[in-house]
Design a binder for this molecule. Structure first.
Ligand SMILES: Cc1ncc(COP(=O)(O)O)c(C=O)c1O
Length: 423
């Protein structure tokens, strides 16, 4: 399903024509000369040549849950992180509405400058309790949380050792910090330890960054190994729980619950409110000293507006429902396992997925992934392709985000459509 040589040559010729400088080009002011613009043009032209419709920025007309309405058609949806079906739950919506009635929409300023709302403290107490931590702090974006926290806590004399597959936000935080950065092969704790053994002594502070549940592959780190290593090398351990809270563990508390590890071994618990917790924003949970430092000095908190009260209320209600209704977590995990095992039995490459919430179907070329995604969309299944350069060419995939809302019939229909699309 790759591009033919002729199509590839035509595509490259077209792109190079577009780039050809003219006598009066002022390239320095031309946004189209940016590398990102070139890359976008390449992807668009490729999709056009292969007649693959653009799978990005599709508008969902209602709530994007296990099903979603796109272009007046109801599809089985695997493209949203509504893991426990809480985005759209009436109790969550009611909590948000009553926060609007009480406080309006906006927090209107930074919390340090102009004060906060009671719901901020209530949400932070609930998040801290999830990790048995002393305190927690919420930021207005999950991405910005990683950037500002890593960028603020570490500096040029420090060392950051991180999994090669950490999310872009973690990588941007590392870049901002100016610390020496070493990426270790995905989930290879022994490689991480070798790097610490070699490099730790030359740096003032050290940070290990991993995720609780990796979003590209749906696999997990060996948390106990990293906790041990952090102690041995006098390093902080930071775990990004974006796809872990609500997904891993018998009651959704995250990777520590899944693996039976004492959460106090992790210095910096990070997570996002935009997935299971049906809001928007990020959080850090840890010691009261850490939270105090961030609350008074992290630029992304101090110099940014407080979280909208309605979003904080929605996430707090979601966390409460997650705690009170563990059947949702069990159903999500059953669905993910059924889908992963069904796909594997049909001969698909599901990578190292733990079958708990995220299942990749690795198809190889970006062209094939784009085409299969388009065919599935026509067949009533919405799943995003993950293409080069987000993943290396040759490991392009469809990424299925499962939900507790999916039914056995949804899963059977999707597996059949997948086999038909690849047949
Ligand atoms: C692992 C991880 N960390 C952080 C983020 C950023 O979170 P948000 O989208 O809530 O800003 C994401 C987003 O998908 C993520 O997958």
């Amino acid at each position: 399903m790759g591009l033919t040589m002729a199509a590839r040559a035509a595509l490259l010729a077209r792109l190079s024509r577009k780039e050809a400088p003219t006598a009066n080009t002022t390239a320095g002011r031309d946004f189209a000369t940016l590398p990102a613009a070139r890359e976008m043009a390449l992807v668009r032209a490729g999709a056009e040549t292969m007649e693959i419709p653009n799978p990005f920025f599709r508008a969902h007309e209602g709530i994007a849950g296990g099903h979603s309405i796109i272009g007046n058609r109801e599809l089985i949806n695997f493209s949203s992180y509504n893991y426990l079906g809480l985005n759209g739950d009436v109790r969550v919506a009611e909590a948000a509405k009553s926060a609007i009635d009480r406080h309006g929409i906006s927090a209107s300023a930074s919390r340090i400058a102009s004060g906060e709302r009671p719901v901020h403290a209530a949400l932070e107490a609930a998040l801290a309790a999830n990790y048995n931590a002393e305190a927690a702090l919420c930021f207005v974006s999950g991405h910005a949380t990683n950037v500002t926290v890593i960028g603020h806590l570490l500096g040029p004399r420090d060392l950051i050792v991180h999994d090669a597959l950490v999310h872009n936000s973690g990588a941007e935080g590392v870049r901002l910090s100016g610390a020496k950065r070493i990426a270790f092969a995905h989930n290879d704790w022994a490689a991480a330890e070798r790097e610490l053994a070699t490099n730790r002594k030359r740096h003032t502070r050290a940070l290990i960054v991993i995720e609780g549940h990796y979003s590209m592959d749906g696999d997990m780190p060996d948390l106990a190994r990293f906790v041990e290593m952090a102690k041995k090398y006098d390093a902080w351990l930071m775990v990004d729980e974006a796809h872990s809270i609500g997904v891993l563990g018998a009651t959704g508390r995250g990777v520590f619950e899944q693996q039976g590890v004492d959460p106090s071994g992790v210095d910096i618990w990070m997570g996002t409110l935009s997935k299971t917790l049906s809001g928007c924003g990020g959080y850090i949970a840890g010691s009261s000293v850490l939270i105090d430092v961030l609350k008074h000095s992290a630029p992304g908190f101090v110099y940014s507006v407080g979280m909208a009260p309605a979003l904080a209320a929605a996430s707090l209600a979601s966390l409460q429902i997650m705690r009170d209704e563990p059947w949702r977590v069990i159903r999500l995990q059953e669905n993910a396992r059924a889908f992963r095992d069904g796909a594997r039995n049909s001969g698909f490459d599901v990578g190292p997925s733990a079958g708990l919430g995220i299942v990749p179907i690795i198809l190889g070329s970006s062209v094939k992934a784009g085409r299969v995604s388009a065919t599935l969309f026509e067949a009533g299944v919405n799943v995003q392709p993950i293409l080069f350069p987000v993943v290396p060419e040759g490991s392009a995939r469809l990424r299925f985000f499962m939900s507790s809302e999916h039914t056995a019939e949804d899963i059977a229909t999707t597996l059949a459509a997948l086999s038909a699309a690849c047949g």
